[in-house]
Design a protein around this ligand. Structure first.
Ligand code: 5AD
Ligand code: SF4
Length: 439
């Protein structure tokens, strides 16, 4: 029996996909990359922007032919879209060949859903409004040498544009012993690098009073540092409002913790940041960058930017462009604001026309491209410690400590190993290099 799984969206979804494949492996399913061979086709969806949702519907459209050819084929929709209130109605109307919808809080019920699918039952729907923490689910890691590990689920920040708190529920932190136990197990199974995941890793443990110094995120990093055999620790995403000095200290003191901080700024304008409900202003963001740079001069900073948030003026956009220039991010994910049903911003006055958003996005992307190229050129001749993730035609590809993507000559046996790579060519999005010594 075979399963085809399509994953959309962020790292949290990548991690859920590993659980989905783990659950299916226990049922005797093998993954396939070819839809026509699959007995089960699953979509792990994302609804953070409208475009992601449109992609899912257009893909579901293409699946109709497979279902017609093989009525026994099971098609299921999991992930964030499954949690949206009107999704059952929409799927019944736009993709009646889907067998089930399974919410993010009840992933463990996937095997039951698959067993019960078909038999003319129509669209079955299993989801819950809120979730706890399901420990001990199986997982089939995509890369044996790289483990994604959740430390928190959900989000309590309610940024005005964002649907995540509604679909992923209230913020819950896993206990440090559970996170560390999963980390040790991953390392015992061959992981060299761990990525700790949370919508706001800096609020890890707030529910048990970590803010008062009882075992928050910084403490977790220091404990993970002690795991024998683990080479590198990454984390994502940091929230500028909650990023404390203790985390800067942990990064400085723990040599396994990568000096890469993904610190979404979203906008450079105070007015916009306030309307977004981000909880910090431009000057506070700069102050944080300064304290990071003072203590971690080599840290690589990356960010997320949204253009065209309701009410954003030309002047506000200029503030964002100035901020990008002044900080100098290694890379940035740049988005056009996309109104999401149920969020505060969707109802705000001053929605920006698509054409204006597109033009602003172009300007932000151009500014970022210039920064990326400038920073990448500074790396020429420097050596990066790279974990190779893939190989194709004599070229290994992997990421440096700062998450820079670099390609360098090597053999397929180099995948899953660390290499010391000297940067020989700098481009906007990627680097090229070569290994000059041993590891
Ligand atoms: N429109 C555009 N971008 C969004 N993001 C989240 N919600 C929206 C939205 N409605 C972006 C933010 C966030 C990243 C994961 O996605 O920049 O940091
Ligand atoms: Fe969304 Fe804000 Fe939570 Fe990030 S911190 S998931 S942008 S609500």
């Amino acid at each position: 029996m075979k399963v085809f799984l399509a994953t959309y969206g962020c790292q949290a979804n990548e991690r859920d996909s590993e659980t989905i494949l783990g659950l299916l492996a226990e049922m005797g399913y093998e993954e396939t990359a070819e839809e026509p061979q699959a007995d089960v086709i699953l979509l792990n969806t994302c609804c953070i922007r409208e475009k992601a949702e449109q992609k899912v519907f257009s893909y579901l459209g293409t699946l109709k032919q497979y279902k017609q050819a093989r009525p026994g084929l099971v098609i299921g929709v999991c992930g964030c879209m499954a949690q949206e209130e009107d999704m059952p109605k929409l799927i019944r109307r736009r993709a009646p060949h889907v067998d089930f919808i399974l919410g993010t809080h009840v992933l463990h019920r996937l095997p039951d859903m698959i067993r019960g699918a078909g038999h003319g039952a129509g669209l079955r729907c299993d989801r819950e409004e809120t979730g706890g923490i399901a420990e001990g689910l199986p997982s089939a890691r995509r890369y044996p040498f790289k483990a994604l590990i959740n430390i928190t689920y959900g989000c309590d920040n309610f940024c005005a544009y964002c649907v995540v708190p509604y679909v992923r529920g209230r913020e819950r932190s896993r206990l440090p012993q559970d996170v560390l136990e999963e980390s040790r197990r991953a390392v015992a199974e061959g992981a060299l690098e761990i990525m700790y995941l949370g919508q706001n890793v800096n609020s890890y443990g707030n529910t048990w009073g970590a803010a008062q110094g009882r075992g928050g995120f910084a403490a977790l990093l220091c404990q993970a540092q002690e795991i024998d055999g683990l080479r590198r620790i990454r984390f994502m995403t940091s929230h500028p409002r909650d990023f404390g000095d203790d985390v800067i200290t942990a990064i400085a003191e723990c040599d396994k913790v990568a000096g890469h901080i993904h610190l979404p700024v979203q906008s450079g304008a105070d007015r916009v940041l306030a309307r977004m409900n981000r909880g910090y202003g431009r000057e506070e963001y700069f102050a944080l960058i300064q304290s990071i740079r003072r203590r971690l001069p080599d840290a690589v900073l990356t960010t997320d930017v949204i253009v065209g948030f309701p009410g954003e003026t030309e002047e506000d956009l200029q503030d964002t462009l100035d901020l990008l220039e002044e900080v100098g991010f290694d890379s940035a994910f740049t988005f056009m604001y996309s109104p999401r049903r149920g969020t505060a911003a969707a109802l705000m006055e001053g929605q920006i026309p698509l054409e204006v958003k597109k033009a602003r996005l172009r300007r932000v992307m151009e500014a970022q491209a210039a920064s990326s190229l400038r920073l990448h050129r500074l790396l020429l001749g420097r050596e990066l410690v790279v974990l190779a993730e893939s190989w194709e035609e004599g070229v290994l590809s992997g990421r440096g400590e700062g998450n820079q993507l670099i390609h360098f000559p090597g053999g397929p046996q180099g995948v899953g190993c660390f290499h010391r790579v000297t940067v020989t060519e700098a481009q906007t999005w990627t680097l090229k290099g070569e290994v000059r010594g041993g590891e």
